[in-house]
Ligand binder design. Structure first.
Ligand code: HMG
Ligand code: MG
Length: 301
């Protein structure tokens, strides 16, 4: 694919719904997935095989994967799922997943709150998970959270992001999604981080996962684009947030990202009008405000 192509990874159903106050019925998750499959997206994160005690919102992971197997097995779309340990990997595999994402943190505080272990312990676990997953023929994506700052430890030194990212790449992750979990990054701080990482890691091995808490999501995408990054995670209507990162709001809205990218001449293959309709539909369905400015503007035209 050309230099002008930007890959959008949808995280609406996973990051988007894991933080909703109430449990979103499985049928609505499946309808959201079905609608997203028609927009041209090539990767839609489906769910997480994590402890239902920790994330009750995604306790229906097996059912959601069952639906994907039934409805979309012929599709070329990838449906990665989050996996925190070997048990999660086996459950994901049994449910038909062919791609997983492991998720580590660049900060100790968030690692403990999110996955109940230190960074080192998580990397030990993920090494085993990756080895097995690769043997199973699965693709593995790596997330690194708190790449700019941590709600518990404050500022994150870029060296820590590099160390964790490099470890995950060494385990066989095909890409590292850099999570600004609490959305505090700006083009200035994202620039400093990328400048540091890109001395060691090629741009095609990195993706941006920007939460929009401080309204910097699109600006950060543009900054990362200018520095060569071509993969971004986003959610319709700006859904999302992490239950273990207090005050963190949703992911950067896909509508806003698409509007910006398309006007810059980048191709995404994703239909903005359809995405805006989905953002409108899911916001109404969940009785929440549509956080996408672009989506709101488009549906009110
Ligand atoms: P733990 O309590 O230390 O685990 O949790 P454990 O091994 O001691 O097991 C405790 C219980 O959980 C046991 O059940 C296990 O069977 C069960 P019990 O005996 O008490 O009935 N369990 C599981 N059940 C289902 N699937 C599993 C699983 N593993 C254990 N895979 C653990 C450790 C990692 C499991 C837990 O902390 C957890 O599930 N954490 C998930 C946290 C999470 O999903 N966070 C949100 C995703 S990360 C994110 O949003 C950031 C990201 O978007 C990027 C960014 O924005 O930065 C990716
Ligand atoms: Mg996130």
């Amino acid at each position: 694919k050309s230099h002008e192509y930007v890959r959008i990874v949808d995280v609406s159903v996973r990051d988007g719904l894991q933080n909703e106050r109430g449990f979103v019925p499985t049928e609505i998750k499946c309808e959201l997935l079905d609608r997203l499959t028609r927009t041209g997206l090539e990767a839609i994160e489906a769910t997480s095989f994590v402890s239902p005690k920790w994330v009750p919102q995604l306790a229906d992971a097996r059912k959601v994967m069952g639906h994907i197997k039934r409805a979309h097995s012929a599709s070329k779309i990838r449906f990665p799922v989050l996996v925190p340990n070997k048990g999660g990997l086996e459950s994901a595999r049994a449910a038909g997943a062919t791609e997983i994402a492991v998720f580590a943190s660049a900060s100790e505080g968030f690692s403990r709150k999110n996955i109940n272990c230190s960074i080192e312990e998580s990397l030990r676990r993920y090494k085993e998970v990756c080895l097995l997953a690769l043997q199973y023929g699965m693709k593995v994506r790596g997330y690194v959270s708190c790449v700019i700052a941590c709600p518990y430890d404050g500022h994150t030194p870029p060296e820590n992001v590099l160390r964790v990212s490099q470890s995950l790449l060494d385990m066989g992750c095909f890409e590292i999604s850099l999570g600004d979990t609490i959305g505090v990054g700006t083009p200035a701080t994202i620039g400093i981080l990328l400048n540091y990482l890109l001395k060691t890691i090629p741009s095609h091995s990195l993706a941006g996962h920007f939460h929009d808490t401080y309204g910097q999501g699109v600006a950060n995408v543009v900054k990362a684009l200018e520095m060569g990054i071509r993969t971004f995670d986003a959610s319709v209507g700006g859904l999302g947030g992490c239950p273990f990162a207090k005050g963190a709001t949703g992911n950067v809205a896909m509508e806003d990202v698409l509007y910006c990218l398309h006007s810059m001449g980048f191709k995404t293959g994703v239909n903005l009008e359809m995405v805006a309709d989905i953002g409108d539909w899911i916001s109404k369905t969940l009785a929440r405000n549509n956080s996408s400015r672009c989506g709101t503007a488009l549906v009110n035209r």
